[in-house]
Write a protein of this length. Structure first.
Length: 308
């Protein structure tokens, strides 16, 4: 039988990228982690990790064991949650990865009402860019993720999908507001542009369209913060791309304008709730997902401008 403690240590080393960081997270001596992983390698007769001065690299055999262990942990959570369901959903844990653009919608009411309805369920919410969020889901570190404009990925299963176009957001009274048509990428040239960094879905989508249109977009501001981009526009410095709901309060206060883009890929962008393919959700996670679908404006309908 496989040594479950050694598998847990191996999984943590792979996740953290080094024995030292894994030991620090587990609050044990690094030699204990090293011995357990080494013993697992010797008992199986295979190399699980390649050790380098800069860190570690998991082998194919090592990754297979990590996936096996995480599958065991996930299956056990499902079994325990089913037992809890038989006694009433009174306790449990749910972990979520979420992009910053969803945060205002998440905490405005849905999060509070879920915690009120299920006081015994603990929530762990991790803010992450799209690339990191997908990794957290596929590696089994979170139950599900809220993603904007994610790529097609066979490792993910989509539970909810709504249409939220990526619009151009401009300061109130901006010259582009005078256009009587959808905006082209060429129209933006000459105006200060702010963009999210590369790990975020909004940036991936803009880059893909710019590449297709053979346009080089030169941003004056690069950031990993939706709040920074929002203030960049509200203060009148420049323009950016965001879905309507992310900046709905500034739009209602007439601080900004929202313009539709001409490219189908931007107009067809979607928000999704995804989990790992082949891994069942616990009863607690399923209840949370359904609650967010009903309560979050991003997931209970398409973008407001599409419904008006």
């Amino acid at each position: 039988m496989l040594n479950q403690r050694a598998l847990a240590y191996l999984s943590e080393v792979v996740r953290r990228g080094s024995f030292r960081r894994a030991a620090d997270h587990l609050n044990i001596d690094v030699s204990v982690v090293s011995r357990q992983v080494k013993g697992l390698e010797e008992s199986l007769g295979v190399a699980l990790l390649h050790r380098h001065s800069s860190g570690i690299q998991v082998t194919e055999s090592g990754q297979f064991l990590v996936d096996h262990f995480q599958g065991q942990v996930s299956a056990e959570k499902v079994v325990l949650s089913k037992l809890q369901e038989l006694q009433g959903l009174v306790s449990g844990q749910v972990s979520i990865a979420v992009g910053e653009g969803f945060i205002a919608d998440l905490v405005s009411e849905p999060l509070e009402s879920f915690m009120t309805a299920y006081p015994g369920i603990e929530l762990d919410v991790t803010m992450a860019g799209m690339d990191e969020a997908i990794d957290l889901v596929t590696q089994g570190h979170v139950d599900f993720a809220l993603l904007y404009a994610p790529p097609v990925d066979a490792q993910l299963v989509c539970h909810v999908e709504t249409k939220h176009p990526l619009d151009l957001i401009v300061p109130a009274g901006h010259p582009l507001m005078a256009l009587k048509r959808q905006v082209l990428l060429q129209d933006i040239e000459g105006y200060p542009l702010g963009l999210m960094n590369h790990p975020f879905g909004m940036r991936h989508l803009v880059n893909a369209v710019a590449h297709q249109e053979r346009i080089s977009l030169r941003a004056k501001l690069h950031t990993n913060s939706v709040a920074v981009l929002r203030n960049f526009v509200v203060s009148g410095i420049g323009v950016t791309f965001m879905p309507q709901l992310t900046v709905i309060d500034a739009l209602d206060d007439a601080e900004i304008g929202i313009l539709e883009m001409a490219h189908p890929a931007l107009n067809g962008a979607t928000a999704q709730i995804v989990s790992r393919h082949g891994r069942a959700l616990t009863v607690s996670a399923e209840a949370c997902l359904q609650h967010l679908q009903r309560g979050m404006r991003f997931f209970n309908s398409d973008a407001p401008r599409l419904l008006s």
